[in-house]
Write a protein that binds this ligand. Structure first.
Ligand code: NAD
Length: 258
């Protein structure tokens, strides 16, 4: 049996929040598979090195670095325009940009609440809404990055959990609305992933993670890129409106704070 259906070769993708962590890994993976990628984040100086590394490598996909704050609608419109201008269209949108902070619910200010909802939920809305015409032109794919925090609750990160729950719900609604346009909308809910931030917070090293070990509760950015590639590829053609949990061993009867 062929394995070609697992490839995204020849597509064009925007990966928001791709200056570091999971987004950077997805951009590198897509480019490795022959996808032209638009890497974006709030600061140009943070996305330039990611694009340069891709363009200077043997990866067949090309990279364009664009400064874009996903909470700024005009910047998001410009991001989509730059993508279509450079690569002629847009096939895959990965809404990966996200942020959080830890605090008791009692101490969360209206501004703190709004900031987290704006980046995670409204940012996802802006990017998806601004890209709608391009995505519907030829049948595209949207992959939203939620979290198990949006499924289980998230003590001490309640705005983040609420935001990620909203993203999971939006995924289902939009998947139905856009199915007739041949756009698939899906979502990934990771558990702990050893990004630089999580490495320093938890005192772990991504290098020490053994993919062959099943009994884990921390994954690598590559493992999230794998699932993202699957959801972007024709191999997942019958997966629509789903949230795929990627968290290792299920946590049963324990508090969660991812
Ligand atoms: P990260 O901090 O390394 O990456 C987040 C990216 O989003 C960065 O590039 C950052 O610059 C960007 N970003 C933040 N605010 C932005 C804005 N307003 N506009 C544009 N870009 C913005 O973190 P990560 O762990 O790689 O997280 C990526 C996604 O995965 C996030 O949505 C996060 O919630 C989710 N997630 C991560 C974990 C984990 O354990 N690392 C677990 C579950 C879900």
């Amino acid at each position: 049996m062929s394995t070609g259906q697992f490839s995204v070769d020849g597509e064009t993708a925007i990966i928001t929040g791709s200056s570091s962590g999971i987004g950077k890994s997805i951009a590198e993976r897509f480019a490795e598979d022959g996808v032209d990628v638009v890497v974006c984040s709030r600061e140009q100086e943070n996305v330039d090195p990611v694009a340069e590394t891709i363009n200077e490598s043997e990866r067949p996909g090309r990279a364009l670095a664009v400064e874009c704050d996903v909470t700024d609608r005009e910047a998001v419109e410009a991001l989509v325009e730059a993508t279509v201008g450079e690569f002629g269209g847009l096939d895959v949108l990965v809404n990966n940009a996200g942020a959080s902070f830890m605090a008791d619910f009692d101490d969360i200010s209206p501004n703190g609440w709004k900031t987290i909802l704006d980046i995670n939920v409204t940012g996802t809305y802006h990017c998806t809404h601004a890209a709608r015409e391009s995505l519907k032109d030829g049948g595209g794919s949207v992959i939203n990055m939620a979290s198990v925090a949006g499924q289980d609750g998230s003590p001490l990160m309640s705005p983040y959990g609420a935001a990620k729950a909203a993203i999971i719900n939006l995924t289902t609604s939009l998947a139905v609305e856009w199915a007739d346009d041949d756009v698939r909308v899906n979502c990934i809910a990771p558990g702990y992933v050893a990004t630089p931030g999580v490495e320093s917070q938890m005192g772990v090293s991504a290098d020490a993670i053994d993919r062959e070990e099943v009994a884990r509760r921390i994954g690598t950015v590559d493992e999230i890129a794998d699932v993202t590639q699957f959801l972007a590829s024709p191999a997942s053609s019958y997966v629509v409106g789903e949230t795929i949990t990627v968290r290792g061993v299920p946590q049963i009867g324990e508090d969660l704070d991812v």
